[in-house]
Design a protein around this ligand. Sequence first.
Ligand SMILES: [Zn+2]
Length: 86
Amino acid sequence: MPIYEYKCSACGHQFEELQKFSDAPLVECPVCHKPALKKQITEAGFVLKGTGWYQTDFKNEGSKPSSSGSHTAGCSCKACSANSKN
Ligand SMILES: [Zn+2]
């Protein structure tokens, strides 16, 4: 059973009401008894599902710089020079 959030546009009273889908929406405010209730859209009822899709970096495959794994003896990159000082 969904929980509906109502807000009275007359007095500003806000409350939640557990209702069936088939139940008619509330109209009269329990505080000021004016027919000024408005049904709010609660976040819980509108949780988006299926947001697991994301774009991967497939288009960059094959265009990576070939720096890794191709160090030679005279390589002067930071990693190699640090190793040679040992
Ligand atoms: Zn009210």
